[in-house]
Design a protein around this ligand. Structure first.
Ligand SMILES: Cc1cc2nc3c(=O)[nH]c(=O)nc-3n(C[C@H](O)[C@H](O)[C@H](O)COP(=O)(O)OP(=O)(O)OC[C@H]3O[C@@H](n4cnc5c(N)ncnc54)[C@H](O)[C@@H]3O)c2cc1C
Length: 317
């Protein structure tokens, strides 16, 4: 069954839901909240409800509520790998704060161990771990996401988050209490259940020389600044690299650098990035993504796959 546009834009929360959520999360629930400010692209329509959850108990309570009311929900980290539709998100968008921002780093024999909540930013995590000499952490530096989002995406460069994971704790509507899970990690995805919220993660690194680790990290950050449009709103690489090739190389080869739709532009600096030049809509970006994908398919015979996650309702006009 397909929905009409006006049905797709209608809030799924009734007055009772709103009252219940306001009761459980006073001051920490916003209704009909535009999501653009919560994404690195600065794009996206309103969520029926945006809830800031501060503890595992609160998350369990919210999971139970969603389960009981059959409400759709999703969790947003830094929003640095998502394109949120202009029609927004029906149901509940969860953001993690409070205890989910805790981080501790310790030495354990030949290892550096980092225990962190899912909402810890990768910038804070990498800086702290580097100071303790966490070898290999440079490969995770400069990724502007949270640890939870980065685990979901198995984010990284030459090495990925999954290479360092010791333990992952999750919560879900069918099993709301925090529990450890064992996962497989692949290029930009994992076997993490679709309905699991990562609540905390333990990472283990070989112990190296802190000065060397910090210097390597710094070098990588400088390279990033030179090769990526990090000052503009974007979501990093839009497409996954196809086996044995680079999406950016293919996009550049079809001459797409600088292509525009509305206020969305294929970055002249890095062909796999799309910048929001001001007031780009999700529709602008989606149209540009489709145009690039078609050009690469027609001229290079490669079907590029999206790396960014599309979220919510995409509408015309
Ligand atoms: C300038 C720039 C550079 C980038 N460079 C890189 C790079 O080098 N390598 C790389 O891999 N990526 C890169 N990215 C993409 C992005 O930063 C990563 O994918 C990051 O890991 C996403 O984290 P996030 O918190 O922003 O996730 P979000 O964008 O908020 O969410 C991404 C997905 O994860 C889910 N999610 C978020 N939090 C949780 C959670 N706690 N539990 C379960 N699911 C969750 C969301 O529902 C969504 O499906 C870059 C992005 C930008 C803007």
């Amino acid at each position: 069954m397909s929905l009409t546009t006006s049905q797709a834009l209608q809030s799924l929360l009734d007055e009772g839901d709103r009252t219940t959520l306001s009761g459980i999360f006073p001051e920490r629930v916003c209704f009909d909240e535009p999501l653009a400010p919560y994404t690195s692209w600065r794009i996206g329509g309103p969520a029926d409800a945006l809830v800031n959850v501060e503890s595992e108990e609160e998350l369990a309570q919210l999971m139970r509520f969603c389960f009981k009311r059959h409400l759709p929900w999703l969790v947003l980290g830094s929003g640095s790998n998502v394109l949120v539709g202009d029609g927004g998100v029906r149901g509940i968008v969860i953001r993690l704060g409070g205890c989910f921002t805790a981080i501790s780093v310790r030495l354990e024999g030949k290892h550096v161990i980092a225990e962190a909540g899912a909402s810890v930013g990768m910038a804070a995590l990498t800086a702290k771990a580097a100071s303790a000499g966490a070898s290999g952490i440079g490969s995770l530096s400069g990724i502007p996401g949270t640890l939870g989002g980065s685990l979901r995406m198995n984010a990284g460069t030459d090495r990925e988050v999954g290479d360092f994971v010791r333990e992952v704790w999750v919560q879900s509507p069918s099993k709301p209490e925090p529990h450890a899970v064992s996962l497989q990690y692949y290029y930009r995805h994992t076997t993490l259940e679709h309905d699991a919220v990562v609540s905390r993660v333990t990472l283990a690194f070989e112990r190296g020389d802190p000065a060397e680790v910090r210097a390597e990290m710094q070098e990588r950050l400088v390279r990033r600044k030179r090769t990526q449009p990090i000052a503009l709103p974007n979501a990093g690489s839009c497409f996954r690299n196809p086996p044995g090739d680079k999406a950016a190389r293919l996009i550049e080869a079809v001459g797409a650098k600088g292509w525009r739709e509305g206020e969305a532009e294929v970055s002249p600096l890095h062909a796999n990035f799309i910048n929001n030049l001001g007031r780009a809509s999700a529709k602008d970006v989606a149209t540009l993504l489709a145009r690039v994908r078609r050009a690469v398919s027609d001229r290079c015979g490669v079907d590029l796959q999206l790396e960014v996650h599309l979220i919510g309702v995409f509408v015309d006009g």
